[in-house]
Design a protein around this ligand. Structure first.
Ligand code: NAD
Length: 451
């Protein structure tokens, strides 16, 4: 899917692309997005490093979905790699960081469009040896910097694995499959922490949510509608919830995915109870809840009125917390389930005119932090996605100059699509991601705001 926007349309037009070339203007790359019939990657995987992860990694990558080359110097090599994957868990001192340079630098010019870089390390906070801790922490700066150098839609991620993960590292597979695929098209330079727990692989990686019941709030349009579609594509029965006024649009979403339309104002006192009763009666419970419903009521703080403040905090922060509390209290959220909250870059970087919104979205990150250990006792995960600039009605309302700047101010030089957020939600929601909790992943093309 080609990037959209005034500037992007111009540089992709025949005269525009000529002018862009002459003037050396950046041309937003066309990102490769997931299609079930297409290979996971645009070329073979070069695997390097010598830590505790390389063997389990090779095992995961022996799937017919991947073509692995172990070593470019002694074995087979390729002109264009689909991914460079480096097991950095063996790096135990700053001097050994040189291995990163030795692996990646010679291959920077041998990448297929939309290639993937993946660095796997050990969670620094859980390492007791000072040298190793420092070296592992350094991986983050490497990742974030190389992300700013990659071109043509290539992305990089850093995955930290708990030092206590068992030899098979089954908890890691869902993350590897997400990162090393077109599903992570707009996720760039992110750090994902994988816990020590083992995870069970689904019978079919194309239907990881088969048999699961998912609730998506704010599902009538925008990001929520696409989340509902992607969860249904992955096999879930989706209860699509939105305000009663969204009636027709909500029915359309639900019909498209053979799900249930459930009119629900998430701020209503009885929202959680109604949802829990419906889910228990019809489906015996809920496995996945996606708190996506959100609003903006922008004003500079000097001009802010209490109703704007209250509305935004009410929908974006109080409702998600209360909904989860109510579902737990009624025993409607099943063991092994997952909560996925939708935060925002504004909750990380802050945004002029959005003190209410920024507070609500930072609060959502607080929900993830504080509920992760509480929910872990019930075998439930909680994670958040923090979208950057995503092409929706919400962003279409932004004044044109700010909108163009918002699109271009990221390593991928474009806005994301709603499907980019939805794919990340589906990754967190998968039972195969049971070792992943307490994470906030930005879906922002490595946006420069708050970077
Ligand atoms: P949108 O306005 O297109 O859709 C939001 C949906 O939530 C609407 O269908 C709306 O009816 C519903 N909703 C609002 N109040 C509700 C309530 N009280 N109860 C139930 N449903 C309610 O917005 P979007 O762009 O699709 O955003 C979805 C989420 O993503 C929001 O949480 C938003 O803050 C977040 N987000 C969006 C962007 C972006 O670039 N579009 C960036 C960062 C974060």
């Amino acid at each position: 899917m080609a990037a959209t926007g005034l500037y992007s349309n111009f540089v992709h037009s025949a005269p525009g692309s000529f002018i862009a070339k002459q003037a050396g203007l950046p041309v937003p790359p066309t990102l490769r997005r997931y299609k079930p019939s297409e290979p996971a990657l645009p070329g073979p995987v070069l695997l390097g490093g010598a830590g505790r992860v390389v063997e389990p990694l090779r095992e995961i990558l022996t799937s017919p979905d991947y073509d692995v080359i172990q070593n470019a110097t002694t074995g087979r090599s390729a002109d264009k790699y689909g991914a460079l994957v480096f097991d950095a868990t063996g790096i135990t001192s700053p001097a050994e960081l040189r291995e990163l340079f030795e692996f990646f630098a010679p291959n920077m010019r041998s990448l297929a469009p939309s290639a993937r870089f993946l660095v796997i390390g050990t969670t620094p906070e859980l390492i007791s040896d000072p040298n190793e801790h420092v070296a592992q922490r350094a991986l983050e700066g490497f990742t974030r910097s190389v992300g700013k150098e990659l071109q043509k839609g290539a992305t990089v991620q850093l995955v930290y694995v708990s030092p206590d993960a068992k030899t098979g590292l089954t908890g890691l597979e869902s993350t590897i499959r997400f990162v090393l695929s077109a599903k992570s098209a707009f996720v760039d330079a992110q750090v994902i922490r994988v816990g020590a727990d083992d995870a069970k692989a689904p019978a079919d990686w194309d239907k990881p949510l088969a048999g699961k019941v998912a609730v998506v709030t704010g599902a009538a349009r925008g990001i929520g509608a696409t989340i509902a579609e992607v969860l249904a594509r992955d096999g879930a029965h989706v209860i699509a919830a939105d305000v009663p006024q969204a009636g027709e649009a909500l029915s359309e979403t639900a019909n498209r995915i053979k799900g249930t339309a459930f009119p629900l104002d998430v701020t209503a006192d009885d929202a959680g109870t109604k949802l829990a009763e419906h889910a228990l009666e019809r489906h015996g419970g809920i496995d996945i809840i996606v708190n996506n419903a959100g609003i903006t009521r922008d004003k500079l703080l000097a001009n802010m009125d209490a109703s704007r403040w209250d509305a935004v905090i009410g929908v974006n922060l109080i409702a998600p917390q209360r909904l989860v509390n109510d579902l737990l209290e009624k025993g409607a959220l099943r063991e092994g389930g997952s909560v996925v909250d939708v935060s925002s870059i504004a909750g990380i970087a802050g945004n002029r005119g959005q003190t209410n919104y920024g507070a609500s979205k930072a609060g959502v990150i607080g929900l993830v932090d504080t509920y992760a250990p509480i929910l872990a006792e019930k075998g439930i995960t909680i994670n958040a996605v923090a979208p950057g600039f995503i092409e929706t009605k919400m962003t279409a309302a932004i004044p044109v100059a700010t909108r163009e700047a918002g699109r271009l101010m990221s390593s991928l030089q474009q806005g994301g699509q709603t499907v980019d957020v939805a794919e990340t939600v589906a990754y967190f929601a998968s039972p195969a991601s049971s070792a992943i909790t307490g994470n906030v992943v930005r879906v922002c093309g490595q946006g420069f705001l708050g970077a």
